[in-house]
Structure formats: structure tokens, C-alpha cells
Ligand binder design. Structure first.
Ligand SMILES: Cc1cc2nc3c(=O)[nH]c(=O)nc-3n(C[C@H](O)[C@H](O)[C@H](O)COP(=O)(O)O)c2cc1C
Length: 179
């Protein structure tokens, strides 16, 4: 299975959590990792290149810090630009049929804050629904997300441990993730 990770962090140089996750990914040469903020400093996304990449990979992971209960804006623009009518959905828009998609996000909030009645009122699964529906609307299979909670307070050791679990998660076959 060919895996591509699209990282969307506005500044990986000052990141702790996403940098730890990305560093671990670099130990796995079978995973193709890209940082779209670095690749597109002027936000001028090369749609054809992105679509070509999507065609080449079986599983696509979107990795980003959770910002205002969503993704950073360049990733939203990536969805808007790349998932075009007639290519990703609508008549002739069948290029993503059978692709597996996954989100990996890091949150400042703790896991217990992300539940009904908790500080953030909703679970991460609930808050990720617009992204889930975007990807299923484009005929993709949406797999369970990998979430690193408490990413600001978490120690370096915790983040390194999360990074190991992250790689296991994104390499796991669908039958292990969906049960
Ligand atoms: C603009 C902005 C918005 C944020 N919104 C949220 C949020 O909605 N929920 C949350 O749990 N953390 C939020 N945070 C905290 C980030 O998720 C946290 O700093 C990040 O996951 C840490 O990862 P990093 O070390 O890779 O930057 C926000 C941070 C910023 C800068």
C-alpha cells in the first residue's frame, strides 16, 4: 500500500507535536511526506500536480494542528482547489474511488475536554465531520483519525511515543482500523 502524508503546519520550525510526528515519519522511507506550507509559500497550489500525486497513492493522510476546531487555512484551500468538480466528484469525478483517507491532528485540549459535557462540548470525530463528508463525497473511504491530545503540555517523551503509535496507525490495514 502506497501512503502519502500531507502535512499542513504554518511553521514546523516552531512546532513540537507535528515536528515530532514528522520526524518519526522520516524513519520510514515507504511513506511519502510533504509539507504544503513549505511547498506553497505563496499559497498558489499546483492543482494538476496534487491530483497526479493523489492518483499515485492508495492512502492519503492529512496531518495538521487543530486550529479553531478545524484545519489550518492552507489545507482548507487545498481541498477547495484540488477536489474539483468533474475530477473528484460530479460527472466524471471518479478519480478518488477506492482511495483511503485519514486525518492526523494534534490538539491543545485533552481527550476528556473533547466529549459531550466537556470543555469543548464535542468529540473530535464530531468536529471532523465536514472533512469526513468532503472525502466521502469524493468517493473516498474515510478511516479513523489519529489524534494527539494535550500536544502543548505533553512532554517530549509523550510526543515521541505518540509518533510511534502514529506510524503504526497509518500503516495499519483497514480491517484493523475499522472493527
Ligand atoms: C490559531 C490557533 C488555534 C487553535 N485552536 C485550537 C482548538 O480549536 N482546539 C485545541 O485543542 N487546540 C487549539 N490550538 C492549539 C493547537 O492545536 C496546538 O498548539 C498544536 O496542536 C500543537 O502542535 P504543534 O506543536 O505541532 O504546533 C490552537 C492553536 C492556534 C495557534
Amino acid at each position: 500500500m502506497k501512503i502519502m502524508v500531507i502535512v499542513a503546519h504554518p511553521n514546523l520550525n516552531i512546532s513540537r507535536a507535528n515536528r515530532a510526528l514528522t520526524l518519526e515519519l522520516k524513519n520510514h522511507s515507504d511513506i511519502y511526506v510533504r509539507d504544503i506550507y513549505q511547498e506553497y509559500p505563496s499559497w498558489d497550489i499546483d492543482v494538476e500536480k496534487e491530483q497526479r500525486h493523489l492518483l499515485q497513492y492508495d492512502r492519503i493522510v492529512f496531518q495538521f494542528p487543530f486550529y479553531w476546531y478545524s484545519c489550518p487555512p492552507l489545507l482548507k484551500k487545498w481541498f477547495d482547489d484540488v477536489l474539483t468538480h468533474g475530477w473528484a466528484f460530479g460527472p466524471g469525478g471518479d478519480h478518488l474511488v477506492g482511495k483511503e483517507f485519514m486525518v492526523s491532528t494534534t490538539t491543545g485540549g485533552t481527550e476528556s475536554e473533547y466529549r459531550s459535557g466537556g470543555f469543548n462540548s464535542f468529540t473530535i470525530s464530531e468536529l471532523l465531520r465536514p472533512m469526513q463528508r468532503t472525502l466521502t463525497r469524493c468517493n473516498g473511504t474515510y478511516l479513523p483519525a489519529f489524534v494527539t491530545f494535550n500536544a502543548i503540555e505533553g512532554t517530549d517523551a509523550y510526543l515521541a511515543q505518540e509518533a510511534k503509535k502514529y506510524v503504526e496507525h497509518i500503516k495499519a490495514p483497514m480491517r484493523e482500523l475499522v472493527h
